[in-house]
Design a binder for this molecule. Structure first.
Ligand code: T46
Length: 140
């Protein structure tokens, strides 16, 4: 699985604090149409358990720790989002699970499109079928 971690650009210093940022089509490979965030999740709760047919997303945790497990149908890799400068690119076709590791953790997401339940695959066997058929091998 290719490396999907991104380090946001950061300005600042210990006296005045820090500012991190990223820009559409420059630091991430898509235009952002939607921002959402997930909070007040009990520790060790699991969310996600789906993939997207087309949606591209970047996930980051400005406060706390969230572990994200990515699965491309052949390989699984775990990423710990434990710094406000660290982000994970969750491309279309990656099954993802998120685990809350610290109380108060907030997971922020910038997405390439508006919310559309039709874009979700929430059944793991259906996901494997899409992988087998090569659905994400081209620019679907
Ligand atoms: C994802 C991971 C990282 C909306 O109405 N609008 C929205 O923009 C979103 C994101 C969700 N919803 C509704 C759909 C469900 O009824 O909010 C409810 C909870 O969504 P879900 O169970 O899909 O939440 P997560 O945390 O499992 O997944 C979310 C995103 O839905 C998903 O796209 O990739 O975060």
């Amino acid at each position: 699985m290719k490396n999907l971690l991104i380090n946001f650009k950061t300005n600042g210093n210990a006296q005045q604090g820090y500012l991190s940022f990223f820009e559409s089509n420059k630091d991430i490979p898509f235009e952002i149409k939607r921002i959402y965030y997930i909070f007040d999740v009990p520790i060790e709760s699991k969310r996600g358990m789906h993939t997207h047919k087309k949606l591209q997303q970047v996930l980051w945790c400005p406060n706390g720790e969230v572990e994200v497990l990515l699965d491309d149908g052949k390989e699984k890799k775990s990423y710990l989002l434990d710094s406000p400068e660290k982000a994970l690119l969750v491309l279309r076709g990656y099954w993802h699970d998120m685990y809350w590791k610290k109380e108060g953790s907030v997971l922020c997401v910038a997405a390439s499109d508006y919310y559309n339940e039709e874009d979700y695959i929430r059944d793991y066997d259906e996901f494997l079928k899409y992988v087998k058929e090569g659905y994400w091998n081209d620019e679907n």
